[in-house]
Ligand binder design. Structure first.
Ligand SMILES: Cc1cc2nc3c(=O)[nH]c(=O)nc-3n(C[C@H](O)[C@H](O)[C@H](O)COP(=O)(O)O)c2cc1C
Length: 219
C-alpha cells in the first residue's frame, strides 16, 4: 500500500544509535509538544505529565539514572536530541478530575449545566479501575501509552527517529526527577533525534510483524 500514512509507519523504526551532532529544530519540537498535549485519554482524564529533556544538564540527570540497569539504552540519554519522560499519576482522584471538567466547560466543549453529570458519571470509569487503597496506576499508565503511540506517529510524519524505552529505571528516575514528577511515576521514556549513519544496526531493516490475518479480523 502506498498511502502516506502506511509509508510513514513503515519508515519509522526504533533507532539504536543517535548522531549526537544533529538536533531537532525548535519548530519540530513545538509540533511534538503540541501533538502530545492533544493526545486522547479515557474520560479525557489526562492523568499524565510529559517532561521534555533538552538541556545538557537534564540529559546528564537522565544519564545518571542508568547506573544500575538497562545500560543498553543509556547512550541515547546524551546522544539523542531530546528525550521525553512519560509519567502517570498513580492515584488519580475525583478532586483532580474537577480540573478536567472545569476545562470542559471553559473551553465550550461541555455545557455548564452538565458539569456534575460528567464529574459523577464519567469518573465512574476511573473508580472501576481504582483499588481500595486509591491506586489506579494501571489505568492511568495505559492512558499515557496512548500519548506514546500518538507521538510515535507524529515523529514518523516529521521524519524524526525515535526509541521508545521501557528499559529505564523507574526508581532512579523517581529520585532524580522527584521535584518535576511531583508524585507521578515514569516507567517509560522516548528518545528522539536522528540516527547515526552506518552505526545504527536497526536502520533500513524490514518491518517484522505477525501475519496481518493473525491480528486483524474484519467481521
Ligand atoms: C512500550 C515500548 C517499550 C520499548 N522499550 C524498548 C527499549 O527499552 N529499548 C529498545 O531499544 N527498544 C524498545 N522498544 C522498541 C521495540 O522493540 C520495537 O518498537 C519493536 O521491536 C518494533 O520495531 P519498530 O519500532 O522498529 O517498528 C520498545 C517499544 C515500545 C512500544
Amino acid at each position: 500500500m502506498t498511502h502516506p500514512i502506511i509509508k510513514d509507519l513503515n519508515t519509522r523504526y526504533t533507532t539504536k544509535k543517535y548522531d549526537a551532532t544533529k538536533r531537532i529544530s525548535a519548530q519540530d519540537i513545538e509540533i511534538i509538544k503540541q501533538s502530545i498535549h492533544l493526545s486522547a485519554s479515557s474520560i479525557n482524564s489526562q492523568p499524565w505529565k510529559f517532561i521534555v529533556l533538552e538541556s545538557d544538564e537534564a540529559k546528564q540527570r537522565f544519564h545518571n539514572t542508568f547506573a544500575n540497569m538497562f545500560q543498553f539504552n543509556q547512550p541515547h540519554a546524551k546522544e539523542a536530541s531530546h528525550t521525553i519522560l512519560f509519567a502517570y499519576n498513580p492515584r488519580f482522584t475525583k478532586e483532580q478530575y474537577k480540573k478536567v471538567v472545569d476545562a470542559e466547560v471553559t473551553s465550550g466543549h461541555l455545557p455548564a449545566e452538565r458539569y456534575n453529570d460528567m464529574l459523577d458519571g464519567a469518573f465512574g470509569f476511573a473508580e472501576l479501575n481504582t483499588d481500595e487503597t486509591g491506586f489506579n496506576g494501571n489505568w492511568t499508565k495505559a492512558q499515557t501509552y496512548i500519548a506514546l503511540g500518538n507521538t510515535l506517529h507524529t515523529l514518523a510524519r516529521l521524519g524524526i527517529a525515535s526509541t521508545p524505552m521501557e528499559g529505564v529505571d523507574a526508581q532512579l528516575i523517581g529520585e532524580e526527577f522527584k521535584q518535576e514528577l511531583d508524585g507521578y511515576v515514569c516507567d517509560f521514556a522516548l528518545a528522539m533525534g536522528y540516527h547515526k549513519e552506518g552505526e545504527d544496526y536497526n536502520h533500513g531493516l524490514p518491518k517484522a510483524r505477525l501475519p496481518f490475518e493473525d491480528v486483524v479480523t474484519t467481521l
